[in-house]
Design a protein around this ligand. Structure first.
Ligand SMILES: [Zn+2]
Length: 579
């Protein structure tokens, strides 16, 4: 059977009209630039915001359509041409619209609030401007930072990528020497045999060790630039403070999350002991975290996977299944791998009112079913968020962006677990707990590393001191596992270079969903409409506010403990299967 590809509605034919509409809205807004004053009537401001939104909505849709089409056919010249045209228009219009945001940010807060109160549909967007106002500099200073960044931290990040993406890695696999890329090396790091995983881990460190002095200098430069801009110039309270503001997370919620993860570290230690038994090993080494536990079903047919995912969605809530079905019915899904198609899977939310677009690379592996559930979860989130929101408040904040997708995986996992044989259950549980550990404990450890590294570098620490720090944090999490006194491993983590303090959002997202799942187990059907409201909120309010309205306080340890109650249950079940 042929797997579905995009239908006729995903076409570049729509693009010229969208660009034209964006251009007209931009010109209309520019023509009314003089009206833009803090004391202007709210009704007139509303018209201007609508023009701004109209321009950005049309650009977003044009951009999403060409990007989706490009993803499934990267060698197509016609699509590439349309894409560069969209990029050109988009850059031009974005720079012409810059004045709008900057002017509003420069208004007195009291005036902005007055407008915000009368424009509830835009208030979340206006409130964001108010939050950033104290950290925004004068227009000239902002321009200096903009220009200097392109040859400053942006260049350092680019150099990091250029240096490290040239690396190849040499290892011996079953007597044969191989030289591989980082992606291929990743496969060997999850190999069934420990000696291969060990060889892969050691091979990875070789080029990073050779370039340690250069890479250390790059990271120190990035951290110092971050401190100079965020703390010295913009007056953020701490190195991580600007990330909390971008994530719309109160610092207390982050602290609660960190505390609860620390408190529950012993659960992961317990798990490694069970995994050791499941693998039939004498001991558990640092190379065994990524070891696969055999027993997962090997293959699944597309139609079976689709039916399974939709039925799991349906048993959670009929609306969840019907929103997902719309993606298939509208031909907004592209399923099979193809020549020139990008690897991986994704979902484009498009704009409110448009059916989202999902791209998969379904090869019939069992894991492909979870990926399908994940991306359809994103699509359901987008459909619901698009119902009441305008384009400016449509997208959920980063830490909530994976809520529906991760939840969809969680309910699929629960259903699969319930209906599987014991040997499969053992493998499923190990895979699930590995995933939870990788997205929570490991990502929090990276964040701890950054917090400490930023402090150390401010006091003139050397790259070797960071090596010691990295090793120390590993040992704190797993004291009984043998680990060297220092490690350059941190230098191979792209996120800490590309986007400081980003990694805790992964932990936040995963543990939030597990905590919500615990509520679902406790509350049953009463939870479903709350979850629907959470998704429908989109970006209309900060996470603490949206969740607070549903009775969940993310600044309290108690909320996050729910996630570990779910984990504890998994570990107990695994223990009965292994012992
Ligand atoms: Zn996702």
């Amino acid at each position: 059977m042929q797997l579905p590809r995009f239908g006729k509605s995903i076409t570049t034919e729509r693009v010229p009209a969208l660009l034209e509409a964006a251009e007209q809205a931009t010109a209309a807004l520019e023509a009314r630039k003089e009206e833009l004053k803090a004391t202007m009537p709210t009704a007139a401001l509303k018209q201007l915001i609508e023009l701004y939104e109209e321009a950005s909505r049309n650009l977003t849709l044009a951009d999403s359509i060409v990007d989706a089409l490009f993803s499934i056919d990267t060698n197509n010249n016609e699509i590439r041409n349309v894409q560069s045209q969209v990029n050109r228009v988009s850059t031009d219009i974005s720079s012409r619209l810059l004045f709008f945001n900057l002017t509003l940010k420069s208004w007195p807060v009291a005036e902005l609030r007055k407008h915000s109160k009368q424009l509830p549909q835009y208030s979340a967007w206006i409130e964001r401007l108010i939050i950033y106002a104290p950290y925004t500099l004068q227009e000239n200073e902002e321009r200096i930072i903009l220009y200097k960044d392109s040859t400053g931290d942006e260049l350092l990040r680019k150099l990091y990528t250029m240096i490290t993406s040239r690396y190849t890695y040499t290892l011996t696999v079953e007597g044969e020497e191989k030289t591989v890329t980082r992606a291929e090396l990743g496969q060997y790091a999850m190999h069934a045999k420990r000696e291969v995983r060990k060889a892969a881990t050691e091979a990875m460190l070789v080029p990073f060790t050779a370039d340690h002095a250069i890479l250390g200098e790059v990271y120190q430069g990035l951290v110092e630039d971050w401190a100079n801009e965020h703390m010295k110039l913009r007056n953020y309270e701490s190195a991580i403070a600007s990330r909390h503001i971008a994530n719309q997370i109160p610092p207390e919620a982050f602290e609660a999350l960190k505390r609860v993860v620390h408190k529950n570290r012993s659960l992961f230690r317990e798990y490694t002991e069970l995994k050791r038994k499941a693998l039939g090993y004498e001991d558990f080494t640092r190379y065994d975290f990524a070891a696969p536990v055999p027993g997962l079903p090997e293959e699944i047919e597309y139609e079976v996977a689709k039916k399974r995912v939709l039925s799991v969605f349906h048993s959670f809530a009929p609306w969840m299944a019907s929103h997902a079905e719309k993606i298939f019915n509208d031909g907004h899904i592209d399923v099979p791998p193809a020549k020139g198609k990008r690897s991986g899977a994704c979902c484009y939310g498009m704009i409110p009112g448009e059916t989202p677009v999902v791209i998969l690379n379904f090869t019939g592996m069992y894991e492909d079913m979870a990926t399908m559930a994940h991306e359809l979860g994103h699509a359901v989130h987008d459909v619901l968020a698009g119902k009441k929101n305008t384009d400016l408040t449509y997208h959920p904040p980063l830490v909530l962006a994976e809520t529906a997708s991760t939840f969809a995986e969680a309910i699929l996992f629960a259903a699969e677990l319930k209906e599987s044989e014991p040997a499969v259950r053992k493998a499923l549980l190990c895979q699930r707990i590995d995933d939870i550990m990788g997205t929570s404990l490991s990502q929090m450890r990276i964040t701890e590393f950054e917090l400490k590294a930023h402090e150390l570098i401010a006091n003139g620490a050397s790259a070797e001191e960071l090596d010691v720090l990295w090793a120390k944090l590993q040992k704190e999490d797993f004291p009984t596992i043998d680990y060297p006194e220092k490690s350059v491993y941190w230098s191979a983590v792209p996120h800490i270079h590309q986007s400081p303090f980003y990694c805790y959002s992964y932990a936040f997202g995963m543990l939030l969903v597990l905590s919500l799942y615990k509520r679902y187990e406790d509350e049953g059907a009463a939870f479903v409409p709350k979850f629907e409201a959470l998704l429908a909120a989109g970006g209309s309010a900060a996470p603490a506010e949206v969740l607070g309205k549903l009775g969940y306080d993310i600044t309290k340890d108690e909320f996050w403990e729910g996630a570990f109650a779910v984990l504890r249950k998994h570990i107990e079940e695994l223990s009965t299967l292994v012992e």
